[in-house]
Ligand binder design. Structure first.
Ligand SMILES: CC(C)(COP(=O)(O)OP(=O)(O)OC[C@H]1O[C@@H](n2cnc3c(N)ncnc32)[C@H](O)[C@@H]1OP(=O)(O)O)[C@@H](O)C(=O)NCCC(=O)NCCS
Length: 324
């Protein structure tokens, strides 16, 4: 098959092709061209590189792509994330290998030392593909789903009085934004402090405030009235944020849930999650999707108790490249 590799261009046709490829490869994680474009526009290019190369059939049909980029909040100049996807109808014809080799040549010129990528545990061909190319598993994360409308809050009735006793109240980013001038500095400080405690294979690096705003506040998928904050006195002590999937109306995905270290073990995370589920129910959502590292005992214990059902895990891989 006659295939041409060309650099990705940031126009409608390329974003539509990208969304089509991603959605065919991960059909239970559809994406829209609009959300991909938004993510690209939000990406911090002052510090991070983002490159894509597309594989086209001669008649103009998109067959696959490879992408690599620095990680905004796990930044190291020589550490990049790699994605490659070939549409199922075009797999098994060497297109993935051509894309991969093209990317590896560029990455070597850039002086990359570590590559990360991920796939799902029920995709044995992809797992084998990565392992034979020197990628080593470094982390597994469960994807878990909650059936929102079937959720029964009765067994959790003790959390509200417990929060009152602890002097914890709940607010949202939407509410804070309307009532206090320093809301952004405060939520940014909370979020970036808490993110450092999320299990990860590489250290958290604090993104710019602009990056945070684009991802968590201005993002068309962000729900500011579904971004809950636990407050004690005047101090923000925990958060749990929801995002609405544009590609799957009715589905929410969970952003960070976390509590300051000195406030853990008091039921605050559970109470925050109960707020998010109430919100989802009230607004008619069907499903909340969340992702937790298999080593994150605390978050998994909470999600299990709430009735989140585990799905096939995502497997993160790392490959160390030889120094140039
Ligand atoms: C995970 C985390 C949010 C839990 O916060 P928390 O406020 O301490 O949790 P809670 O006190 O609400 O715990 C509620 C219940 O979960 C269970 N639980 C919490 N942490 C647990 C742990 N480490 N091991 C086992 N069970 C745990 C307990 O059964 C607890 O029950 P109780 O309410 O009857 O006491 C917190 O440890 C954290 O901020 N971690 C870092 C950020 C992070 O990794 N977030 C998740 C990203 S995917």
């Amino acid at each position: 098959m006659d295939i041409t590799l060309r650099d990705f261009e940031e126009d409608d046709a390329h974003y539509e092709a990208l969304a089509q490829i991603d959605t065919e490869v991960y059909p239970d994680h559809p994406v829209t061209a609009a959300s991909l474009r938004y993510d690209d526009r939000s990406f911090d290019r002052s510090k991070c590189l983002l490159k894509r190369h597309m594989a086209w059939v001669q008649d103009g049909t998109p067959a696959g792509y490879v992408a690599y980029h620095h990680m905004e909040s796990r930044y190291h100049p020589q550490r990049l994330w790699l994605w490659a996807a070939v549409r199922p109808a075009f797999q098994g014809r060497g297109i993935g290998t051509a894309l991969y080799e093209h990317a590896m040549a560029q990455l070597s010129e850039l002086g990359a030392r570590w590559l990360h990528t991920s796939t799902r545990e029920m995709m044995p061909d992809t797992l084998r593909y990565l392992r034979t190319r020197g990628f080593v598993e470094v982390l597994r994360s469960w994807e878990s789903h909650l059936d929102v409308q079937g959720f029964d809050s009765t067994p959790f009735a003790a959390y509200a009085p417990r929060m009152e006793q602890e002097g914890i109240r709940f607010t949202t980013v939407a509410e804070e934004r309307g009532t206090r001038g320093d809301w952004l500095e405060r939520i940014f400080e909370l979020h970036t402090t808490l993110m450092a405690d999320v299990p990860s294979t590489t250290p958290y690096t604090v993104p710019s405030m602009d990056t945070f705003v684009r991802h968590a506040v201005e993002n068309p998928e962000a729900l500011l009235d579904g971004y809950f904050i636990a407050v004690q006195g005047d101090r923000y002590v925990g958060e749990s944020a929801l995002f609405a999937s544009q590609a799957q109306p009715g589905s929410l995905y969970q952003g960070l849930t976390a509590v300051r270290r000195d406030y853990r073990g008091r039921g605050i995370a559970m109470a925050l999650k109960l707020q998010t589920i109430d919100y989802a129910k009230l607004h008619g959502y069907r499903l909340i999707k969340t992702w937790n590292a298999t080593v994150n005992e605390g978050m998994l214990a909470i999600n299990d108790r709430l009735g989140f059902v585990r799905q096939p895990a995502w497997v993160e891989f790392e490959k160390t490249l030889s120094a140039g």
